[in-house]
Design a protein around this ligand. Structure first.
Ligand code: SF4
Length: 288
């Protein structure tokens, strides 16, 4: 049996920074500390952060004024950001906002605001239910959101308007290229900004290569993590024996057998210690 890791996997730059922000803020023993939603899409990481003194706060609690926040409390904004409405509410409550929004997400927000101010209409490619997308589009006025090429084709875009096209950072690169080709063919009035995060495409490409050469692929990540689910999609396209596993307790050893080549990859919100625990569980039960 052999365990092979994908060339690129695990924590990305933005998530690493958000987790580090939590550990820095944890040094403050005076103020009450909160994280807005999951600081990253990984339950185990969130649990660890709660252990060092944070309470998870949900956006609905703030929107419905059911939150426990008091003046001076510290609230960390997660790597994938939040909405303008939440920021306004937090400011009114006079809490200390520690914004751990990734710079790549902030950059998309910045382009959106700039281009709208110039009079462009915005086309946003992404999942409107995803917190990152909800956050970014909340800073705009009228945004056309399309999840896939079918939605884009059935829309009635105006050939006379000027469009700026932006994307969710975790969008699948192939899906994006298909939509880009369509827009370039029919709408020369659309200026397209490819803002897919490099961390995502690098992990997708490394997973694709790995999945071709292994008997089985384990994608380690939270079931709610968009980029982990996309890694699973990429792996499944190459290898039907690809599975998403959250942590070592969920790893079913019956899917392995001796002499297998096991490919391991992990989403950008998966910490190294969960990856190691999974590898160690396999090593502890098989002859690797
Ligand atoms: S996946 Fe990319 S955009 Fe998202 S937090 Fe990580 S580095 Fe930032």
């Amino acid at each position: 049996m052999e365990i092979i890791r994908a060339g690129k996997m695990g924590f990305c730059f933005g998530v690493k920074k958000a987790v580090e922000t939590c550990y820095e803020v944890a040094q403050n023993k005076e103020a009450k500390k909160y994280i807005l939603g999951m600081v990253v899409h990984n339950k185990d990481v969130v649990r660890e952060i709660e252990k060092i003194g944070f309470t998870t706060l949900h956006e609905e609690e703030i929107l419905q004024d059911r939150d426990p926040l008091e003046k001076g409390d510290i609230v960390i904004i997660r790597a994938h950001g939040t909405t303008s409405e939440i920021i306004e509410k937090l400011k009114k409550k006079e809490v200390q906002i520690k914004d751990a929004t990734c710079i790549f997400v902030d950059k998309i927000k910045e382009i959106l605001v700039e281009r709208e101010a110039l009079g462009d209409e915005i086309i946003f490619i992404g999942d409107k239910e995803h917190p990152e997308v909800k956050g970014i589009v909340s800073f705009g006025k009228k945004i056309n959101i399309f999840k896939n090429i079918e939605e884009l084709k059935s829309s009635s875009l105006d050939k006379e308007k000027i469009y700026t096209v932006l994307t969710q950072t975790t969008l699948n690169k192939e899906k994006f290229l298909e939509m880009k080709e369509y827009l370039e063919k029919y709408y020369s009035n659309a200026q397209i900004f490819d803002r897919i995060c490099g961390a995502t495409s690098e992990r997708q490409e490394a997973t694709r290569k790995l999945s071709r050469t292994c008997d089985i692929v384990i994608v380690i990540g939270d079931l709610k993590s968009s980029n982990s689910k996309k890694l699973l999609e990429v792996a499944l396209a190459e290898n039907p024996k690809s599975y998403l596993v959250q942590n070592e307790t969920e790893l079913d050893l019956t899917m392995f057998s001796e002499n297998m080549k096991i490919g391991i990859t992990a989403g950008a919100s998966t910490p190294e210690d969960i990856i190691k625990k999974i590898e160690n569980k396999i090593r502890g039960n098989f002859n690797v």
